[in-house]
Design a protein around this ligand. Sequence first.
Ligand code: THU
Length: 163
Amino acid sequence: MKENQIQIHYNTYQCEELSESYKNLMDRSIEAQHNAYAPYSNFKVGAAILLEDGTIFTGNNQENAAFPSGLCAERVAIFACSAQNPNINIKVIAISANSEKIDINTVLAPCGSCRQAMYEYESKQNAPIKVLLKGPDNEVVEFLCVADLLPLVFHCDGLKKVR
Ligand code: THU
């Protein structure tokens, strides 16, 4: 038996330390929370995507009485973005959450399905997508690429025919 370790890298900032463009992107993700449809969880998530040409796309979580039919903010945003701009690279995605009923005292960490979905576009464009996660107390956590958020990610190479 051999024990192995995987290290992940991330940076932490105070909001004020972000560049104007990233600060604006995080603000857009916070704004996007307002249109979340979250009557079941009361947990409102916003995502804002910055494309290479400067366009910003936003999304928010959309819930459903049949729970699994709802979708997280990250996937709402990235699927809409790719549906409308399939050939423009994604540079950054900023994600934030808020709730009137739940005390959010940790960083908003995207779920596994959203990490896998975001990775798909990083892999497709063959260029990193930076991820900014809003934490409590004005903190922002930065991952330089989606792959850093998903060690041992399932990659499309796994689907290539070998025979
Ligand atoms: N949610 C997101 O939108 N993004 C995440 O990364 C985690 C969870 C949503 C799904 C559901 O509407 C609510 O938050 C509670 O899980």
